[in-house]
Design a binder for this molecule. Structure first.
Ligand SMILES: [Zn+2]
Length: 131
């Protein structure tokens, strides 16, 4: 007689991990086309770099952020460095290739934090589900 294997599904099978990520992390956000987003890109530039190259953009960002500079400290090469947060963009599954192309066309010194949730090729396993 074969043993029954009881496997608890993620969210009891009501949603995939990708759907949960989109619902929770991208809550209330939309792709510019109006569809729910499937990915998000946040762009950063080293403060020194953008201050030297595009000081007018820094002024614009200060205006957009109620007089504050959106600075974060990131560690991309072993030494923490001040980066300015340029923007955040969302894209649906249809618009994603266009956003990827746009991000690839940014100057090499712009850092893109790309997020599209958990990799659907990874299996989600819930351990301790009363096997
Ligand atoms: Zn779209």
């Amino acid at each position: 007689m074969a043993d029954n294997i009881h496997r608890k599904k993620f969210m009891d099978g009501k949603e995939t991990p990708q759907e949960t990520h989109r619902r929770v992390v991208y809550a209330g956000r939309k792709c510019p086309c109006g569809l729910p987003p499937a990915s998000r890109a946040i762009t950063f530039a080293p403060f020194k770099e953008i201050w030297t190259r595009e000081p007018e953009r820094v002024s614009w960002l200060i205006q957009q952020n109620n007089g504050q500079i959106p600075i974060v400290e990131l560690n991309t090469n072993g030494t923490p460095e001040k980066f300015i947060r340029l923007g955040e963009v969302f894209a649906c599954d249809i618009c994603k290739p266009a956003l990827e192309k746009a991000m690839a066309g940014l100057p090499s010194w712009v850092l893109v934090d790309w997020d599209e949730g958990p990799d659907p090729r990874n299996k989600v396993q819930i351990v301790g589900a009363g096997v």
